[in-house]
Design a protein around this ligand. Structure first.
Ligand SMILES: Nc1ncnc2c1ncn2[C@@H]1O[C@H](COP(=O)(O)OP(=O)(O)OP(=O)(O)O)[C@@H](O)[C@H]1O
Length: 510
């Protein structure tokens, strides 16, 4: 079924324009693109990369990563282009939520494309991400044409009280201190951010340098500081804050050079009370921009203004930054955010599930907290998808639905726990023969451990019920279903048994 985005006759076939444009030759029915785009990759790769960039700006990163980033390009036929998604759920959801927008974006990019077909990826696996266009720009320079033609962030953002309306990025009201769940891994960074938000430029906290792995809350805390400092009812009055990514700082700096407005650029930056630069590691290898940042940094700190910076490593580990900049960055407060713990992940999931108003059973939250340990962004994206599915189809959130809806995400997080490994561990634990996992023996001393092994196979792997049944002596999937619910039932009535199962789970996951 296609997503037809507009009326009118089907577009014609694109023809070579003589300037190395793209020609589509369907002599053998296959699409053969000739011209510059033919060198490697899909003939519409450049268009697709621009559409993806625009979508990401329009819907925001979390939503983009949750729903859209696994879309891949398919064939072009007449005036129709096919886009692939790895699961039926994603295909249906994207079709219902983004179909029209995708159609409009494609037509804006390629006038001949008048229909967008959303289909299930042939091998159900997310293919390669769209490659950025080879447009000759070096990685160190932004593409002004793209940046200029893309819309600004959506109006969901609250403009910052600042003197440089066109300079900084808006702050996201969702990234408040209240919305930040504190736990052992981030409590120190949280406390430092709070301190700066209450008393900017206080001794020992300027600059504040936050660092940690991907998706752990650095940006969230920076926005929280900015939101607090720009609150209209803030005691002592709101202050001017400029928040931007290091990439945006570089782009603004390059644009100022090109338009010969570097003085205005410098004045704008030096006039704020608080300057916050996110993902500073981006400046590695960009010597001129580093130089400019260093002078800006000095001017602001010397004038008693507050600087907040984030990066993926501590200042001393940021090799590739000028030494004088690294030492200056390390002379204030350096606070790291560690990887999440199971407890913090559960707390974050509970908070976000509660905020959504959708009932998510504790065992589902526990399952997610066990499975997705990389970072909060991935965890949040998984929960968002689950909640959206429940809202869209009016179905309750269950463990089975979770494993179906999040199949692609969970597969990526499979800790390679195999069914064989589970069978071995369980047999050892209850001191039975490994062969009894597949045998027909029904004695409880054997049947119960076998049921536990089936339960853990369902919990810890992305295997389907029939696949699990086959591994236990070709048993039917209904036997596995019964085993799973029997074990769940016993765990609620027999605490010693529950502890045994929990112990096995942790052993397998460690
Ligand atoms: N402790 C937390 N409580 C609530 N939400 C959190 C927490 N930590 C992170 N998040 C959420 O996870 C997502 C990713 O966080 P954020 O963007 O701040 O990560 P980051 O460390 O800046 O990642 P990156 O290095 O990729 O920029 C955001 O939606 C954020 O709100």
């Amino acid at each position: 079924m296609s997503t037809t985005m507009m009326g009118g006759s089907p577009g014609g076939v694109m023809v070579a324009d003589g300037q190395g444009g793209m020609a589509l030759d369907r002599s053998g029915g296959d699409l053969q693109a000739r011209g510059p785009e033919a060198r490697g990759g899909h003939p519409f790769a450049a268009h697709w990369a621009r559409i993806c960039a625009r979508l990401q700006l329009e819907v925001g990163e979390v939503e983009y990563r949750t729903w859209l980033r696994q879309m891949t390009l398919g064939a072009v036929d007449q005036d129709e282009i096919t886009l692939y998604l790895p699961t039926r759920f994603l295909r249906d959801w994207v079709r219902s939520q983004y179909g029209d927008r995708l159609g409009a974006l494609w037509n804006a990019e390629v006038a001949e494309i008048r229909r967008v077909e959303l289909a299930l990826a042939p091998d159900h696996s997310a293919n390669a991400r769209p490659e950025p266009p080879e447009d000759g720009m070096t990685a160190s320079e932004p593409r002004p044409a793209m940046a200029a033609s893309l819309p600004g962030p959506s109006s969901a953002f609250t403009p910052v009280v600042e003197k440089n309306s066109d300079l900084a990025a808006p702050l996201d009201p969702r990234f408040s201190f209240d919305g930040f769940v504190v736990g052992k891994p981030n409590e120190f960074a949280y406390a430092c951010a709070r301190r700066v938000a209450e008393r900017p430029s206080s001794p020992g906290f300027n600059p504040l340098f936050l660092y940690g792995g991907v998706g752990l809350g650095k940006t969230h805390l920076m926005h929280a500081v900015g939101l607090e400092l720009t609150r209209p009812d803030r005691s002592g009055g709101a202050v001017s804050v400029a928040y931007m990514s290091a990439e945006k700082f570089m782009y603004r700096f390059i644009a100022a050079i090109r338009s010969q407005q570097t003085m205005e650029f410098k004045e704008q930056l030096r006039s704020v009370d608080v300057l916050m630069i996110d993902d500073l590691q981006f400046l590695i290898g960009k010597d001129n921009t580093q130089e400019e940042f260093f002078h800006t940094f000095n001017a602001l700190v010397d004038a008693g203004k507050q600087i907040v910076v984030s990066a993926d490593k501590s200042p001393s580990d940021l090799s590739g930054l000028e030494d004088r900049l690294r030492t200056r960055l390390g002379c204030g407060m350096v606070a790291d955010i560690h990887a999440t713990t199971f407890e913090l992940r559960i707390s974050i999931l509970e908070a976000k599930a509660q905020a959504s108003g959708v009932a998510v059973p504790p065992k589902v939250l526990e399952f997610l907290a066990h499975k997705i340990t990389t970072n909060v962004r991935e965890l949040e994206g998984a929960l968002n998808r689950l909640i959206a599915h429940a809202n869209l189809f009016g179905r309750p959130v269950t463990l089975e639905a979770t494993q179906e809806v999040l199949h692609d995400i969970l597969k990526a997080h499979d800790r390679r726990v195999t069914i064989e490994e589970i069978q071995r561990k369980v047999s050892e634990h209850w001191n039975i023969r490994l062969t009894d996992m597949s045998s027909a023996r029904r004695a409880r001393a054997v049947a119960r451990p076998r049921q536990v092994a089936m339960y853990l196979s369902k919990q810890l792997t992305s295997r389907s019920l029939p696949e699990i049944g086959r591994k236990f002596g070709n048993r039917d999937h209904t036997t596995v279903m019964h085993a799973v619910s029997r074990v769940q039932e016993l765990m609620t009535t027999d605490s010693a048994f529950a502890e045994d199962v929990e112990l096995l789970r942790r052993m397998l996951e460690s």
